[in-house]
Ligand binder design. Structure first.
Ligand code: ADP
Length: 330
């Protein structure tokens, strides 16, 4: 049987060792072209000259020392809350320069959670000017491009891909390349393993491979609640990350108990029947990044679009959140 060398889609079962590893998106895995017999033949974008847009993405990524993708298996577990509060904490408490990118195209929460609803993205000298939240924090979301805040976003995969590519290539973040290590790009994603994940992760992986020096460290953190219903989706998320070669820094257990502000007694509202995130991390040899309890002040901070610490100087939940941030940065 003749072989075109493209094992990825071949069902012949010819017994030859697979010649290349293929991403779920159909594109070759990074660094595999070198010895691949299909090099230059399979049509992978890895083999051709990088597009103008990919070069722009690489140029933009070169400014960020750290790219953090916040993922969750399920919706409603606190992913956007964690993304936003992490962005606030890094920018306000640790004097980092932060870009917060919302790639939850169909359900953007970042405008509400940063109190920027109604703001509109405008053109700048060198692309799109992101929305300023504070001196050190800027954000971009499809929410800033809608005519009316409540407009439904109905997009198929290719359109979402093109929007995400534009977010990565066109946004003119107020960050200096000399301060590379101070600059963080935090990406809030939709729940699950969707087109948006594949687009953003493939673009970041491919385009950071074009950077020769000042390559950002790229990793994900996964947010879950302690119930098995949420954890079973986290397992899928972890397997997805492994398939697409995305480092998982660890798992955060959110809504992990409720500490009564009156008597300081902790109640497990969402009981960790199967051992919660800690046990799951042991199973998968991942870092357990810590717990964030339910806190009505955190709900309010998310509703008002402010930093949690702005509403309370000290609280058990806030202390636990600080530990989570330290654990992410370690
Ligand atoms: P996701 O992005 O995973 O869909 P969100 O971040 O939108 O979830 O959170 C859903 C709701 O739960 C929001 O109203 C948010 O303020 C609230 N919330 C999330 N985590 C906590 C927490 N630890 N304590 C109190 N409220 C929380």
């Amino acid at each position: 049987m003749s072989c075109d060398g493209n094992c990825g889609s071949c069902a012949s079962g010819c017994g030859k060792p697979k010649q290349q590893e293929v991403h779920p998106s159909g594109q070759c895995a990074e660094d595999k072209c070198g010895s691949c017999p299909s090099k230059g033949k399979c049509g992978s974008s890895m083999n051709s000259a990088p597009s103008e847009q990919n070069l722009r993405i690489a140029k933009s990524l070169q400014n960020f020392g750290h790219v953090i993708l916040v993922l969750s298996g399920k919706g409603g577990v606190g992913k956007s809350t964690v993304s936003t509060q992490l962005a606030f904490y890094l920018s306000e408490k640790m004097d980092k320069k932060v870009g917060l990118m919302d790639v939850d195209v169909c359900g953007p929460s970042i405008p509400t959670m940063t109190n920027t609803v109604g703001a509109q993205v405008h053109g700048s000298a060198d692309g799109w000017a992101p929305i300023g939240v504070t001196d050190n924090l800027q954000t971009v979301s499809i929410g800033f491009m809608l005519e009316k805040t409540d407009d439904a976003v109905i997009m198929r995969g290719p359109k979402k891909h093109s929007l995400i590519a534009q977010f990565l290539s066109e946004v003119d973040w107020d960050v200096k390349q000399e301060e590379f290590d101070r600059n963080y790009l935090i990406i809030d994603t939709p729940p699950g393993t969707t087109d948006e994940h594949l687009s953003v992760i493939n673009l970041i992986t491919q385009c950071s491979a074009l950077i020769t020096d000042n390559r950002p460290e790229v990793f994900s953190v996964i947010v879950s609640t302690p119930q098995e219903v949420a954890l079973s989706d986290v397992r899928k998320e972890i397997n997805f990350c492994a398939k697409i070669n995305l480092t998982v820094r660890g798992v955060i257990e959110n809504m992990s108990g409720f500490v009564c502000p009156c008597c300081n007694k902790e109640t497990q509202i969402f009981s960790p029947t199967s051992g919660g995130c800690k046990k799951l991390c042991e199973e998968y040899k991942l870092k357990f990044l810590g717990r964030i309890p339910m806190d009505p002040l955190l709900t309010r901070a998310a509703e008002d679009g402010v930093m949690w610490g702005q509403l309370t100087e000290t609280s058990l939940g806030l202390d636990m959140f600080k530990k989570v941030v330290e654990s992410i940065l370690e």
